[in-house]
Unconditional design. Sequence first.
Lengths: 309, 262
Amino acid sequence: MAEVSVDITEQALMLGQDEALAAIVTRPVMEAHAPAIIILNTGVAHRVGHHRKFVTLSRRLARAGHTVVRFDFPGLGDSPAMTTDASLLEGNLFAIREVANWIEQAFSIDRIIMLGLCSGADQSVIYAGRDTRVKGAILLDPSIPRTRRYHINDFSRRIRSRALWTNFLSGKGRIWDYTRSLFRKDGAVSVSSRQFSRPNLEHPEAISFLEGVYQGAIDNGVNLLGIFTAGQEYQHNYRTQIVDALPKVHFADRVSLHFLRDCDHTFIRESYRNYMYSLVADWLLSEFPDDRSPNHGVASGDDIESMEF
Amino acid sequence: MIPFYFGSRERKLFGVFEPAQNGGAKRAVLLCYPWGYEYVNSHRSMARLGTLLSHTGFHTLRFDYYGTGDSGGEDREADIEGSRRDIVTAIEELIELSGVERVSIVGLRLGAMLGVAAACEKPHLVDRIVLWDPVVEGGQYLQELYNLDDSISIPGVGPASYFSEELGGGREVMGLPMTHSVAAGISDLDLTSRLAQLPHATYAVATRSSHLQRQLQALLEQRADGSAFERLDDHPAWHEEWPENAGAIPVAVLNRIVSWLK
């Protein structure tokens, strides 16, 4: 079941009470006591992640001394769907707890760091407030409300956009679509194929929920690394937006924030991914400096050598 | 469902084996994934197809080529000839796991082309082939990938990087390295000439029309061994037009593949 390299090993297995969670465990061959890292699905993509980034990241983190588990929520990837009365969110949080329990039983590691992108980031921070074993959460493009400064930045960006003026002069785009709709008999506004529904995070209830989630994680002793990309420009566009958007949360020095202006949501370019890996590595070293294997840092893994032991 | 690693020590492959659910099954199916960005997009549909086949009474194995997915190797270690050899390894693994003498192959996109290439090497180990939205001509496919990457219009995304010879040369394509070696391997592939060498009954299903698909249709319809070509109006499992078809599974295609294999 296990693939072994000189310094790390990978194991495929089904975890949980019903052995229904497909997972890959990547860890150093040498015993290490650094916190374990649990990587969650992004939307409906399976645990490998877009552009294989969670495989590469798992291997690099394992070389730095971490036990890393990437797994599929029930009904995603290689994990079968489960019949349950629980909501999707509660079912997924239960699955994370099963993985954390397995890590503690199998390796006697009781410090966990959550890592996720998009929906995976949202579920990471929600879980972080519910399990005292969680000591850190690495959030890649989590969902946060837009703020007044967001809208000013967005207006400024749009007004300077060549596309806006090109569309305006050529009669294309949303402004003209809207104007034309006013003169239609039925008054219907045409729906652009690029539009999609998303939750209204600016609603007071949503803000209150998110404030509770983030404050809960912080009260639980969790340190946060937030990495935001320009790929979610419809939702966030500056580094400290989360602090402005959730004013009742006492972030203090518990959060480290980055905004990657030249990076998309899935980290499609290798250089973006490498930069993200280095931010994660630096943060882990600064927040959890003890109990590491001899291989400090997150080195490139191009020289994997396979051998049995 | 059994996730496991197989293959040699130097070339570990990740696979998921699903035993036939009806007991006493005498048939097995190997699923061959597409490459690159198409792999992630199609994983959900391929997993669903594996489960459907398993429930219908087929042993199924799907696996990641070396240097892709959860298999060993880094991105740059993936190569076309190696992937073809990985399919041969997987055929042998599936025969050993299931106890059958021959397996059927279902290949999606480049996986269809590689599946046919592997079947040419071990024709006695293969009984039927399904080509799902197959790549027909490697050179054209490669150009389509370059064009797709060059046309990316996503906030934050700059132009693709080009790599030094030290890193295998070539350039990025949709999030993964297209090294000189991989590009040359893809360019050399030609489905119709390979297919003409194979005696196996073949079913091709296409969700998009092209002149190359029509050539394939003509080739298959000449044969009198049960081979067939079908055009179905369904989602391309391998291409995501986010958010319109994110996570959508082409149910009609999956059902048709299962019924043809039955």
